[in-house]
Design a protein around this ligand. Structure first.
Ligand code: PLP
Length: 455
C-alpha cells in the first residue's frame, strides 16, 4: 500500500538485511514481537531516547525494549555499575551465592508491600511460571485462572486467550480458553480457567463455581500495560481470593518500577500473595524474579520436591516442596545493572519528573487529535500509556474493538517516517532520557502524520 511504499524507500537496507535474516532465522526475527510489516527495522546504534537504524534514520524510541529501559539507552551510571561489578569481582558470573543477591532482595522487600522473600529467574516468563508452580504446591489444587487478554509469557499454561480470534472467544462474561499457538497440549486449555477483566460479578461467579480446583489467579494489574484494573475490581478480587483460598499472583513485569517504585500494588494499595517482576529490574539485561509471603516462598526448597514443608501454623498442613534452579539465576552483572537502575529512580524527583513528562505528552496528544476532530483518548498509568482512537470506555481486551485500529496503524507508519519509533499499535513507554524537546518533536511528528493520513 501507499504507507508501505514510502516506508520501504526509507528502510531499503533493513529490507535487504531482512531478506537475508529470513534464510537464517525463522521469520527473520528472534521473537514474534520483533516482527512488523512489511519488514522490521534493523537498528545499529542507540543513545538516550534515540534509536538509529542501518539506513541512518533516527527515531525517538517509545518502545524502549518493551518498557525495560526506564533510563533510555546506555545510561552512563548503569554502564559504570556493570563495568565496576565485573572488574571488582573479576568475573561475569560466580555460579555460587554472592552478596548482591541479598542487596537486591532487601531492596525489593523494602519497596514492594507483597514481597517478604525473593527468588531470581532470567525472564518474566520464568517468573510467572515459577509463581504458578509454587501456588499449585501451596494450595494443593490443580488449575489456575487468568484474564482474557493478559500476557504472562509465551508458554503452554498461559499462552491462552491473549489475543483470541473473535469467533472462538465465546461469551464476554465467561470467555473460552483459546490457544494462541499450535503445539499446546489440550491439558493446559482444560486447566486454565478464563476470566473477564474488570467484571467482578462474572469473575466472582466463575471463581465460586471452581474454587475447589483453582490454586491461583494470575493477572496484569494494568492489562497490556495500558488498560488499568479498576481500583474497586482489584480490591474486591483480593478479598475474594483470600476468602476462597486462591493465591493472587500479580504479574508486575510491565508495571514494576513503572507505576511507582513499589509497582501497581503500591498504587492500588493491595498485597498480592506472589509478585512477578522483570524488565526494568534488569536494567536492560535479562532477568525476572518472584517475591511473596514467607509462608509461600519457603516452599522453594534447595532439596526440591523431596522436602516436606509445613505450611502455616498447623502441622497437618504439609506440602511437598518446589524445585527451582537455573545456571544464570541471580546473575551478578545483571543485578548490578538493575540495582543502579533502581537507585537512579529513587533519587529525589526522578519518578515525578518522568510522570509529568508522560502526562504532558498525553495531554498534548489529546489536544492535537481534538484539533483535527479525531476521536481519541490516551489511557494508561505512570510512565506507560497507549493511544486509543475512540472515545468509548476501554475496560478490557474486547473493548479495544471500539478503537479505529486501521487509522492508528496508518498514523504509526507515518510516525516511523517522521522519526518516532513505536511498533505499529504498540503502547508508549517513556524514559528519564526523554526530554521536553523530544516531546515537542513527537507532537510535531504526530501533527505531520495526521495531516498526511487525513489528506
Ligand atoms: N508478564 C508480562 C506482564 C509481560 O509483559 C511479559 C513480557 O512482555 C512477560 C510476563 C514475559 O517476560 P519476558 O519477556 O521477560 O519473558
Amino acid at each position: 500500500s501507499e504507507d508501505f511504499h514510502s516506508f520501504a524507500e526509507q528502510t531499503k537496507r533493513s529490507a535487504e538485511q531482512y531478506t537475508k535474516a529470513r534464510e537464517l532465522i525463522p521469520g527473520g526475527v528472534t521473537a514474534n514481537i520483533k516482527y512488523m510489516e512489511p519488514h522490521p527495522i534493523i537498528m545499529r546504534r542507540a543513545e538516550g531516547s534515540k534509536l538509529y537504524d542501518i539506513d541512518h534514520n533516527e527515531y525517538m524510541d517509545y518502545l524502549l525494549s518493551y518498557g525495560a529501559l526506564i533510563h533510555g539507552h546506555g545510561h552512563p551510571e548503569v554502564y559504570e555499575a556493570v563495568m565496576k561489578q565485573m572488574k571488582s569481582s573479576g568475573t561475569t558470573i560466580f555460579g555460587t551465592p554472592h552478596e548482591l543477591e541479598m542487596v537486591m532482595a532487601e531492596k525489593l522487600i523494602s519497596l514492594y508491600p507483597g514481597i517478604e522473600m525473593v527468588r531470581y529467574t532470567n525472564s518474566g516468563l520464568e517468573a510467572t511460571l515459577l509463581a504458578l508452580r509454587t501456588a499449585r504446591a501451596y494450595t494443593g489444587k490443580p488449575k489456575i485462572a487468568k484474564f482474557e487478554g493478559h500476557y504472562h509469557g509465551g508458554y503452554d499454561q498461559v499462552l491462552l486467550s491473549v489475543n483470541p480470534e473473535h469467533e472462538k472467544s465465546g461469551d464476554a462474561a465467561q470467555p473460552n480458553s483459546v490457544p494462541e499457538s499450535h503445539g499446546l497440549p489440550e491439558y493446559y486449555q482444560k486447566n486454565t480457567i478464563m476470566l473477564p477483566f474488570n467484571d467482578f460479578p462474572s469473575t466472582e461467579k466463575i471463581l465460586r463455581t471452581c474454587k475447589e480446583d483453582i490454586s491461583a489467579i494470575i493477572m496484569e494489574p494494568v492489562q497490556g500495560g495500558f488498560i488499568p484494573a479498576e481500583k474497586e475490581f482489584i480490591k474486591q478480587l483480593r478479598t475474594l481470593t483470600e476468602e476462597l483460598g486462591i493465591v493472587l499472583i500479580l504479574d508486575e513485569v510491565k508495571t514494576g518500577f513503572r507505576l511507582s517504585l513499589g509497582g501497581a500494588q503500591e498504587v492500588y494499595g493491595i498485597e498480592p500473595d506472589i509478585t512477578a517482576l522483570g524488565k526494568v529490574l534488569g536494567g536492560g539485561f535479562p532477568i525476572g524474579a518472584i517475591g511473596g509471603k514467607k509462608e509461600i516462598m519457603n516452599l522453594l526448597s534447595p532439596h526440591g520436591g523431596r522436602d516436606i514443608m509445613t505450611v502455616g501454623e498447623e502441622d497437618s498442613q504439609k506440602r511437598e516442596a518446589v524445585f527451582h534452579s537455573g545456571t544464570y539465576n541471580g546473575h551478578p552483572t545483571v543485578l548490578a545493572a538493575g540495582l543502579s537502575t533502581i537507585e537512579l529512580l529513587e533519587r529525589d524527583g526522578v519518578i515525578g519528573e518522568l510522570f509529568s513528562k508522560t502526562h504532558a505528552l498525553r495531554d498534548r496528544l489529546e489536544e492535537l487529535y481534538g484539533q483535527y476532530g479525531i476521536p481519541m483518548q490516551t489511557i494508561g498509568k505512570g510512565s506507560i500509556f497507549n493511544i486509543i482512537l475512540s472515545k468509548a470506555s476501554i475496560k478490557n481486551y474486547r473493548d479495544m474493538e471500539q478503537a479505529d485500529l486501521g487509522l492508528r496503524k496508518a498514523i504509526d507508519y507515518e510516525l516511523l517516517k517522521n522519526g518516532v519509533y513505536t511498533k505499529p499499535l504498540n503502547r508508549y513507554s517513556l524514559s528519564t532520557a526523554h526530554t521536553e524537546e523530544d516531546i515537542s518533536r513527537t507532537i510535531r511528528a504526530h501533527e505531520q502524520a495526521i495531516k498526511t493520513v487525513l489528506k
